[in-house]
Design a protein around this ligand. Structure first.
Ligand code: OOB
Length: 540
């Protein structure tokens, strides 16, 4: 299949040779293919559990299963360098498919279960996917229907592999076979896998991560979180997302010889039972889920005593929620400010409590370079707000096949413009103050959505708050606050509350709207773009 599906290196922006050399010499890049993480774990911890749950697997067994999957994928006609779109729900098969593809030298393109035909067709075209791996059904959705749409739109997709009932396609269970000869040895500097960008503007972009950079990402994250073979990591967020995949997530747990547990959905009802049953020690959540988990301790009875670390990231965690985590869930809180493009910031396990509650951490690697710049690209004074731009041993130098967009998203000398507004403290910790785009220009005055939301959350009765800008003839944009609240406060009550908190009047909402549930993105972050569209459409 490789000969017909295009060269995966076309459109990939490599690390400059001199930087690559530096990262290798300094030992950040280990020169090992990602599939070796599992091989080393099997050599060291062969009989220890790799996956717990209804289909438990030890490390030696998982290693063997990955080899057989790799051999089977090769027998199915996939060749090194081919891309295969993977859209699986959380479960052990995600791990065998991921390592099977990596070991066959095939590049997994990791779609999220929430993606639908618009995204899937786009991702298949953009990556020139030769195959598509799905589950038959998950969360009430039949992915075989999506596969039919994909095959009709993108004939280059040759084969669909299905976990469960395959219908007219190939059963994933029938793929593994005994290897006949050695597996290919990927070049560690080459693309290992592709992540999907989390951006909420336009169609998703592809983020190609190399064996070297992602191996380091997982290893260094595991070390920072002090993961060991006694840890049990619960995959609560969708496994295809960078956070549960490699921060330290699945790959970091494998690198440490710990065990993986999976839940199909992260609701407290399901996840708390899994924590108790498997003695889960670590998991990762987005802020709306962390808030829900805290609240659920009121009515869920499960024993969460094993949980030692709760990582929260993906969007700004409001301080009042941060304060609740340890008293409610018994776990230490770690804030994680990361991006699929690379840079990861973590609060450290031994940071003082106030830094853990009020900052989004500091860079993972001594080789991460972070600058905070003004709109002209000049460094702002220490402590001032500006846009975070970054470069480092695991941060991409360009999106895959996106030359035009790259010219805007990266500086000419290859720094990634995150679009995130931050302040840097003397300790190096970053406080995320908003998104460059999530600032409402209200008649020339800037209103930060994040800042206002944090104040609104403190209003009695308000469970969730999201602030968006809506078009306005006089002001250009007006401030609209959507609240999940009971009782719903009036606009006047909201304003007087904000006045009481000392918030400048120009930052007060022009409108408050009651909403039952806030729309969320594929990984569960509040989706301001969808909300803006919904509120705009409802306007009279
Ligand atoms: C993670 O990755 P993505 O690619 O889904 O989203 C990245 C963006 C960041 O640029 C930032 O805007 C926002 O999500 N973000 C945060 C945040 N963590 C991410 N904003 C405020 N506070 C935070 N703690 O979301 C991601 C990747 C790896 C680990 C954790 C999160």
């Amino acid at each position: 299949m490789g000969s017909t599906s295009g060269d995966h290196r076309t459109g990939y922006v490599p690390f400059p040779a001199e930087d690559a050399e530096r990262y290798r010499t300094a030992g950040y890049w280990a020169g090992r293919p990602l599939g070796d993480l599992l091989r080393s774990a099997a050599e060291r911890w062969g009989t220890r559990p790799a996956i717990v749950g209804d289909q438990p697997l030890g490390y030696a067994e998982l290693d063997h299963a990955a080899d057989r999957m790799a051999a089977g994928l090769t027998a199915q006609g996939f060749e090194p360098g081919d891309r295969v779109l993977v859209q699986l729900p959380n479960g052990p098969e995600f791990v065998t498919v991921l390592f099977g593809l990596l070991r066959a030298g095939v590049i997994p393109v990791l779609a999220l279960p929430a993606h639908r035909s618009a995204e899937i067709i786009h991702l298949a075209r953009l990556s020139d996917a030769a195959g598509y791996v799905i589950a038959d059904r998950a969360a009430g959705f039949d992915y075989r229907v999506l596969a039919d749409e994909l095959l009709a739109a993108v004939p280059a997709v040759r084969r669909v592999l299905v976990h469960g009932d395959p219908g007219p396609h190939t059963a994933l269970a029938a793929v593994p076979c005994a290897p006949d000869g050695p597996l290919p040895q990927p070049d560690p500097g080459d693309i290992a896998l592709m992540l999907v960008s989390g951006g909420t503007t336009g169609l998703p972009k592809l983020i190609a991560r190399t064996h070297d950079d992602y191996h380091y990402n997982a290893r260094a994250s595991a070390e920072l979180c002090e993961l060991t073979e006694s840890d049990v990591y619960l995959v609560s967020l969708p496994a295809a997302h960078n956070f549960p995949l490699a921060c330290p997530g699945i790959l970091g747990t494998v690198a440490s010889g710990g065990a993986l547990a999976f839940v199909a959905d992260p609701s407290p009802e399901t996840a708390f039972a899994a924590v108790e049953r498997h003695g889960v020690t670590v998991t990762a959540l987005v802020p709306p889920l962390a808030q829900l988990w805290c609240a659920a301790t009121e009515w869920e009875e499960a024993d969460l005593g094993s949980l030692r670390l709760l990582q929260v990231g993906g969007a700004k965690l409001a301080e009042p929620v941060a304060r609740e985590v340890t008293p409610r869930l018994g776990a230490r809180l770690q804030q994680v400010f990361g991006m699929a493009e690379g840079l990861l910031n973590y609060t450290r396990l031994d940071d003082p409590d106030d830094l853990i509650r009020t900052t989004q951490g500091r860079p993972l690697s001594p080789a991460d370079r972070v600058r905070v710049v003004d709109p002209d690209g000049r460094d702002v004074p220490p402590g001032a707000e500006g846009e975070l731009i970054t470069q480092g041993p695991y941060t991409i130098r360009g999106y895959y096949r996106a030359a035009e967009h790259n010219a805007r998203a990266f500086t000419p000398d290859g720094w990634y413009r995150s679009g995130d507004l931050v302040r840097r403290l003397p300790s190096g910790h970053l406080v995320v103050t908003g998104r460059a785009k999530d600032v409402i220009n209200r008649g020339g005055e800037n209103v930060s959505c994040d800042e206002l939301e944090e104040h609104l959350l403190a209003l009695p009765g308000v469970q969730h708050a999201a602030v968006v800008g809506l078009p306005d003839d006089a002001l250009g944009e007006k401030v609209c606050a959507a609240l999940v609240a009971d009782p719903m406060p009036t606009l006047a009550a909201v304003r007087s509350f904000l006045t009481g908190r000392g918030l400048a009047a120009y930052k007060h909402p022009d409108q408050v709207r009651r909403i039952d549930v806030l729309p969320v993105t594929a990984v569960g972050k509040i989706d301001r773009r969808a909300l803006t569209a919904a509120l705009g459409a409802l306007e009279v």
